[in-house]
Design a protein. Sequence first.
Length: 362
Amino acid sequence: MTSIGRFIELKNAWEELIDISECIPVCLNWDWMHLWWKHFHTSEMELVLLFVQKQSEVVGIFPLVKIPTKNREILHFMGTGEDEAEEITSEYIDIISKPGYEKNVCRIVVNYLTNDYTDWDELNLSRYNQDSNIVKHFIDEANFKEAKCLETLSGYRHFINLNKDYQYYTEQQTRSFRKKLVKNKSKLLGKGKVDFKLIAKEDKALHILNHLKELHLKRSEYLGRKSAFESDIFIAFHLEYMQLMAKKQQLHLGVLYLEEKIISVEYNFKIGKSSYAYQGSFENDYKKLSIGFLSINFMIENAILNKLNIFDFMMNDENSYANFYGCSKSPIYSCRIFNRSLPNYCIYNILKLKAWIKILVK
């Protein structure tokens, strides 16, 4: 189905399903998807929202959007496919399913996409976890239907299984970690009054978002790279999303102050028993004090105090800074599935050949 009205009508069913599913919910919730469509859709885009029902109960959701590109019809997971310069970077995407129905839901949506809704050339699925329904069921079903799948490694999920207390957590880290923590905390305290606060109220959260924007832009300029905070659409999305998360008490927004000046902001989402580290930045003038490192440690300490089970850094490179915090990690994949036609198979084979050549060159 493609109606935005129907999408809105099924909000409650969507939220109930995501709550009981085994998916990682951070970028799969209804509000995230709805705001993405509100702020990023263009007139060329078409909603392709697939809902699987058993009688009147929704047991599966596969939210897609079709974006025409160079005479090709490309399906993307909803929440992805926007311009790279302003993308919100939806991660841990998946086909949402009621527990026990995962395989049947994937079979049904594959049948629909290969037999009923065939007006597409390529299905582009970005940043899904190795334990996702996409990996476990969907790709096998798609291959069975003779679609061609080209899967690539996108990065790694980095996460900490939190311990009973923060002292125990730090004791499990490396000697260099503990030395850095003690040394830089002492240096920071020597600079003046230090305070770390969690921001929960909507009005204050929006004020902090502006500070995060300024810090991120300044830091990006120093590093000589682009920032998504340059995009008005990106900012508008998060202005609304922060408000919604605050109302749901799912905002985990940490601010580090020095002499009442904001020097670091950590923008996390607290969903269930997990804190997801979405974005953060710090005052570049204090980089020698490892302000980002200290700020993240304050967030981890707070997560432990609030009895959370997981601190999730989300997707990073294999050798990411997140490894320093004692993370476990698991691979994140993306894939391109090509519909059954000679031109699509030719494109698939060319891309596959290029991938093999790249491996051989390395």
